[in-house]
Write a protein that binds this ligand. Structure first.
Ligand SMILES: C[S@@+](CC[C@H](N)C(=O)[O-])C[C@H]1O[C@@H](n2cnc3c(N)ncnc32)[C@H](O)[C@@H]1O
Length: 434
């Protein structure tokens, strides 16, 4: 809809015109009266016809004050945000191409505009069937406009499809780049054996959650915003420490890019963590650096003995990052042979972290000198099986340790009636109990 735009050169007239328009219900209050750079004031009316405007002037103040008239197109409520940006784009395309963009195409484009998105600077990550669709191939000029107008902190757009359940490294095979340079196309070699140059060329994102900066390469590592509630809980839980005379220790068996690891470190823990994916290790290193933690990465063929460990601790290292399977964790602790005040063990793998439960009870019995350790078990569980799973896990820990169930945290739904849950257990050693 087009309305009249009244331009006044004399500031003294502004109040009078505003009052008249307000009184007759013809002032567009959604638009501020602004003074332009050339000194002219612009007043947005709800009047369509010049004659109506002049009639109101004569009736209310008995004269036509000195003014210029223009028109403007009203911004509708939908014209805000992504939809508004799209409508402006289509308007612009009509003028630029000098032809009508087919109604049916416009309808398809409109229908596939993103409805759900997350901003992970410099990437805008969309979900659902959206800008990756064929119909957009002829409308990629929209993408930079969308970023410039609505997401100025972003330079890249991608669409996120669910990650593949069976991939133990939880890699984002289904990330579809839409706009921007996402670095080299992933290959098997790039996934499993990346070089320093590959890390450098790749596209990296970062986000700050609960004051903790995380870095990841969206084509090679997973990142889940949905876990934010659990991240916050871990940060809170690990604030309480039992024994302030020794260095509290946390073990993160599936560190990924390190969110839980970074939370424990933020609360003053020394962390031992394991991770298979070299890209996650690189993300973790970037996260450790960004959050100012000293760390030591230990490759599969390197040894961490007590001498090296104490030297590292003396130099301020608090994160020991093992780039290997956590099946090695007990062998590593035996080799290290240093008693630990083990307060937390985090098992953050879905759909199940069962494979590492046995290592946990061994750690509690054989390397921890703490009276009790909290174990946080992640699992996808059907809502009908919460009790059964809680008890099964408890029985497992009770085989070799004293164990008590503390809490079941529902993190998010994974499928209808299936929840990503975290179960907390308080586990104490049975050594010397025979
Ligand atoms: C759900 S992600 C971890 C999320 C993590 N909390 C974060 O902040 O990124 C699980 C991670 O465990 C790793 N992983 C899976 N099996 C493993 C194993 N046996 N040993 C070590 N890491 C493993 C995967 O490569 C993946 O990065």
């Amino acid at each position: 809809m087009e309305y009249l735009l009244v331009e006044l050169a004399d500031s003294k007239d502004v109040k009078e015109v505003k009052t008249v328009l307000e009184k007759s219900g013809k002032l567009n209050k959604n638009e501020k009266i602004r003074r332009e750079n050339n000194g002219v004031f612009k007043i947005y009316t709800r009047i369509c016809e010049k004659t109506e405007w002049e009639g109101i002037m004569m009736e209310e103040i008995g004269r036509i004050i000195d003014h210029q008239l223009g028109t403007y197109r009203e911004r509708t409520v939908e014209a805000a945000g992504i939809v508004g940006c799209f409508e402006r784009y289509i308007d612009g395309e009509l003028k630029r191409r000098g032809t009508v963009v087919e109604e049916d195409i416009v309808r398809q484009l409109r229908l596939s505009l993103p409805k759900k998105y997350s901003v992970y600077p410099p990437m805008l990550l969309l979900s659902g069937q959206t800008l990756e669709l064929e119909v957009w191939k002829d409308h990629t000029r929209f993408f930079p406009q969308l970023l410039e107008q609505e997401f100025p902190q972003c330079t890249h757009i991608a669409v996120n499809k669910p990650i593949i359940e069976s991939d133990v490294m939880r890699r984002p095979f289904n990330l579809v780049p839409v706009y921007g340079n996402f670095g080299p196309e992933p290959t098997d070699t790039l996934f499993t054996n990346p070089s320093k140059a590959n890390f450098k060329e790749a596209f990296w994102c970062s986000v700050v959650q609960n004051g903790i900066t995380q870095h990841w390469a969206p084509r090679y590592t997973m990142f889940s915003r949905g876990n934010i509630k659990e991240k916050k809980r871990v940060l809170q839980l690990s604030k309480q420490k039992q024994n302030l005379n020794t260095l509290p220790v946390a073990v993160d068996m599936y560190s990924g890019i390190g969110y839980f690891t970074l939370s424990y470190l933020a609360n003053g823990y020394t962390v031992f963590c394991w991770e298979l994916n070299p890209w996650s290790i690189e993300g973790l290193i970037r996260g450790l650096t960004a959050n100012h933690h000293s760390y030591l990465v230990i490759g599969a063929d390197e040894v961490l003995d007590s001498k090296k460990y104490h030297a590292a601790i003396s130099s301020g290292v608090r994160a020991f990052v093992f780039n290997e399977s956590n099946e090695e964790s007990m062998r590593r602790f035996e080799q290290l042979s240093v008693p630990m005040d083990l307060q937390h063990i985090n098992l953050g793998l879905l759909p199940s972290s069962k494979d590492s439960w046995g290592s946990c009870t061994r750690m509690v019995n054989e390397i921890s000198n703490s009276k009790e350790t909290q174990i946080h078990v992640h699992e996808n569980v059907s809502i009908n099986d919460f009790d059964t799973f809680t008890n099964e896990t408890l029985e497992f820990f009770q085989k070799d340790c004293f164990a008590k169930f503390l809490h079941l945290e529902k993190v998010k739904t994974f499928a209808p009636d299936v929840w990503h849950v975290v179960l907390d257990y308080l586990v104490s050693p049975r050594k010397g109990d025979s």
